[in-house]
Design a protein around this ligand. Structure first.
Ligand code: NAD
Length: 437
């Protein structure tokens, strides 16, 4: 990435900068109230149980030492160990990591996984590091958070700018420290060292299952539908692959560097080939016209999929949206102002904590396989993923009907209800906390 493009991508991220932790707290509070629960429930859920900050000194290739800052947030462990990805990004903040860990708790609860939410982040621009520097950073971060992670405590996974290769270094570092193989300490690993078949595709596959179900609700024929996507990393590219297989015409794709457009539909298999092992940006693909992120949001398509970072559907972009379905493949892509506009426009939102739950679901399957040391075939994993995603989608749409509310509020309420049952069973909250008076 050239310096100019890089600066532009960072500006895109920060101009709409809203604090995701404040957003998640306010949504939690509202949902606790709508469920008729006492505010005490909110007070338990509003803060991660543990927030760890570490320094990560790395010897750079030029001989200097740069000291990076990393975080790991663990929200709540009433259902099992905490679980969630690790993000490498220059704009990582404490509050972002806290919010992401709370979303992970709700997500796991919606699809009924025995996990709480966790999340990690390192303030770094991996594009500026050599491969050796990136490996040293990844290994040092794991060494620093070793006291609080492990297969029964907290299990990391990939997120923005981290991938199976990084997970491979991380599990290796942990194993070397402990002196034996512990594959279940991290998920999203390369298959050969205990990764699960289907994990790389899982988040995108899950996103497409929820889009298929939303289309059923709206009576939308997907074989005649069009879509546009922001982000063509792990989640975006896999979402494009499976949507294309369902016959959806994907007319635009954007990424941190720009975007591409073809009103006849992009050749997705060719684009996937071109991007390959993330050697190329989708926006460098030649057989298409250029398009900006802003223009992409306003396209006349049936399905819009933010699959990049937070706060992209906001008071600037939401008024231009014409799509019938907004599938939040990314975490926290919509600001409260953006959400209000989507509601006024009657757009069917598949909220992030439901839409992208396929990733943590197959991470759970990976962890189960690691624990029993027996590995399933991909068909079996995909079938189990489908069951979990359908369960989550149905629970949320039923709650939406019952409370006559937005899909987002319904998803929060399903997640909170599940956590409340466990909190009550453990005696963290009493009968008196189950009502407002
Ligand atoms: P990734 O690093 O593989 O890809 C991120 C993509 O977003 C890249 O194409 C990048 O160019 C693009 N991008 C970054 N900044 C942008 C900007 N300002 N404008 C437009 N595009 C931009 O990350 P990923 O794993 O695909 O994660 C994407 C989102 O999905 C994140 O919000 C992540 O938290 C969420 N998510 C990921 C998983 C998973 O399994 N990887 C699971 C659940 C949720």
């Amino acid at each position: 990435m050239t310096k100019n493009n890089h600066d532009k991508a960072e500006a895109d991220i920060t101009t709409q900068g809203q604090n995701p932790y404040e957003i998640v707290k306010s949504l939690l509070k509202e949902s606790v109230h709508t469920l008729g629960l006492n505010e005490n429930v909110y007070h338990v859920l509003k803060k991660p149980m543990r927030m760890f900050e570490v320094s990560i000194p790395v010897r750079m290739d030029d001989g200097s030492i740069e000291n990076f800052t990393g975080y790991r947030s663990q929200h709540i462990d009433i259902l099992g160990p905490t679980k969630g990805g690790i993000r490498f990004h220059p704009k990582v903040t404490v509050d972002e990591v806290k919010a992401l860990s709370i979303w992970m708790s709700l997500k796991a609860a919606i699809v009924d996984l025995p996990f709480g939410g966790g999340k990690g982040g390192v303030i770094v621009d991996p594009e500026k590091l050599s491969e050796r520097e990136l490996e040293t950073l990844s290994r040092t971060y794991i060494r620093k958070i070793t006291p609080i992670i492990g297969p029964q405590k907290d299990i990391p996974a990939p997120d923005v700018n981290t991938n199976p290769e990084v997970m491979g270094w991380m599990v290796d570092e942990f194993d070397q420290l402990r002196g034996y193989n512990i594959p279940g300490m991290v998920t999203g690993k390369p298959i050969i060292i205990g990764g699960s078949l289907g994990r790389l595709e899982a988040t995108g596959r899950g996103v497409v299952i929820t889009i298929r179900e939303a289309a059923r609700v709206l009576d939308l024929d997907l074989s005649n539908a069009t879509a546009a996507l922001q982000g063509f990393g792990n989640v975006g590219s896999m979402t494009a692959k499976f949507l294309h297989e369902l016959g959806v015409k994907i007319v635009a794709v954007t990424d941190a560097k720009g975007g591409i457009y073809n009103k006849e539909g992009l050749d997705i298999p060719d684009l996937l080939d071109f991007v390959g092992d993330k050697e190329n940006y989708a926006s460098d693909y030649k057989n298409a016209d250029p398009i900006t992120n802003e223009e992409m949001f306003g396209l006349d398509v049936d399905i819009l999929i933010p699959a990049a970072i937070e706060n992209q559907v906001n008071k600037q972009t939401a008024p231009t949206i014409k799509a019938k379905i907004l599938a939040e493949a990314a975490n926290g892509p919509t600001t409260p102002e953006g959400d209000k506009i989507l509601e006024e426009k009657g757009i069917f939102v598949i909220p992030d904590i439901l839409c992208n739950a396929g990733g943590v679901t197959v991470s759970y399957f990976e962890w189960v396989q690691n624990n029993m040391n027996y590995y399933w075939k991909e068909d079996e994993i995909n079938k189990k993923l489908e069951e979990k995603m359908l369960f989550g989608f149905e629970s949320v749409t039923e709650m939406r009907k019952e409370k006559d509310c937005r899909m987002r509020d319904a998803a929060y309420m399903v997640g909170i209800n599940h956590l409340v049952k466990a909190m009550h069973a453990r005696g963290w909250i009493k009968d008196s906390d189950l009502s407002q008076s």
